[in-house]
Design a protein around this ligand. Structure first.
Ligand code: ADP
Length: 371
């Protein structure tokens, strides 16, 4: 009964009207396509990402009316788990959309639902405006999913793997882009090698290429950089940015919050099968009104000083941080409180909150909902 009452808000993927068509891939440097002023760094993220907070992210989403529920039934040893507990999510077309949440939050269930691997219990899911219950084939044709685990047939060559994949999606031979995808993924010289001879990084790139054989407008990457070295990460992100610049909507799950912060236009944080935040990245980061002042005293300290009205923490090399609320206090007041203890200040620095701070504050309760 309760389940059905919950089932009245939609999860809509890319439901907005968006005129850009996904153009065929042409290999071209993403760096050349994106403003040099873009941010970057972090965990191997190319330093060429433009920070988009553009109007295209707003006004493109239709309001939803149903939410999605997925309940895994009880077994002899486990109770029923509501993995998606009224999930209400809209992903704007053209975005790089981050999907974050602690373990057990429901991210994989969500992705598997989109990919048609898991049947939702209730609710409506639309991909590119296509209801997965009404037009399952069309909906599936609109997404490419790169799963977390590497799964490649060891007896195929990359060229064969892409051809087979394109065949499965019914892409006519004349429209296949096998060579283009191999080149884009840096696999041209391995096109005819057996997949088993490829390195782990190459196999992962092949999986991205496989997900793109039918030229879907939405690409889902589930933890694509887990256990991947920095160089490969940079390559992968450069390609993802390139795809996005051509109009492909990217949905990304990652545990690297820095990566999400650098790459994503918009981020949804899921906890206990529900969306607890879904905002442009910069808005999300502004949610916390705390700042830190990091003080390096003239003499290194063994423990953080106690300051009236402020939280303090010891930092490496005998420094300490003082956390204050921007609406209530100022750096001036922090410094006055530090000086009042008789400490001599050698240096100070201020820190903004990062995504990790926001994430932790929004996902304190980490256990899944048991129905
Ligand atoms: P995440 O990907 O965010 O870590 P999942 O979607 O994998 O979360 O899991 C959400 C909840 O659903 C967890 O409590 C998990 O144990 C449960 N769950 C996931 N898959 C199954 C399954 N096949 N059977 C029973 N419970 C499952």
């Amino acid at each position: 009964m309760r389940r059905w009452q919950l089932a009245h808000v939609a999860l809509r993927l890319c439901s907005a009207s968006f005129s850009r068509r996904v153009r065929p891939l042409k290999v071209r440097s993403s760096a050349a396509m994106l403003p040099a002023s873009a941010g970057g760094g972090g965990v191997g993220v190319p330093r060429m990402r433009r920070r988009i907070q553009s109007p295209r992210l707003t006004g493109l989403v239709r309001s939803g009316a149903e939410v999605v529920v997925k309940t895994y039934p009880a077994t002899k040893t486990t109770s029923e788990v509501r993995a998606l507990n009224g999930l209400d999510l809209k992903i704007p077309r053209g975005a790089i959309f981050g999907l974050l949440g602690p373990n057990g939050a429901g991210k994989s269930t969500f992705i598997n639902t989109l990919a048609g691997l898991t049947n939702k219990t209730a609710g409506v899911v639309r991909i590119w405006g296509r209801d997965i219950d009404v037009r399952p084939r069309d909906a599936r044709a609109a997404i490419g999913v790169v799963p977390q685990e590497i799964s490649a047939d060891p007896f195929f060559t990359p060229r064969e793997a892409l051809e087979v994949q394109a065949g499965m999606y019914g892409v006519p031979k004349a429209e296949r882009r096998t060579d283009e995808l191999l080149a884009a993924m840096g696999l041209s010289d391995k096109a005819n090698a057996y997949v088993r001879q490829l390195s782990g990084g190459m196999k992962r790139r092949l999986m991205v290429a496989k997900a793109m054989t039918h030229n879907p407008p939405v690409l889902i990457l589930d933890e694509p950089t887990a256990g991947v070295d920095v160089e490969l990460r940079r390559q992968l992100w450069a390609y993802v940015l390139e795809l996005n610049a051509r109009g492909v909507t990217i949905v990304l799950t990652t545990h690297y919050l820095e990566e999400a912060q650098e790459l994503c236009d918009q981020i949804a944080i899921i906890n206990r099968g529900q969306v607890v935040a879904c905002e442009p990245t910069t808005t999300l980061l502004r949610r916390l009104d705390t700042r830190n002042v990091v003080v390096t005293p003239a003499e290194p300290l063994a423990e953080a000083p106690v300051l009236d009205g402020f939280e303090t923490r010891l930092r490496p090399a005998g420094a300490f941080s003082v956390t204050y609320r921007t609406g209530q206090s100022s750096v001036e007041q922090v410094l006055a409180a530090v000086r009042a203890t008789g400490l001599h200040i050698k240096d100070i620095a201020t820190e903004d909150p990062d995504l990790e701070d926001v994430f932790v504050s929004l996902t304190q309760a980490r256990t899944p909902v048991e129905a």
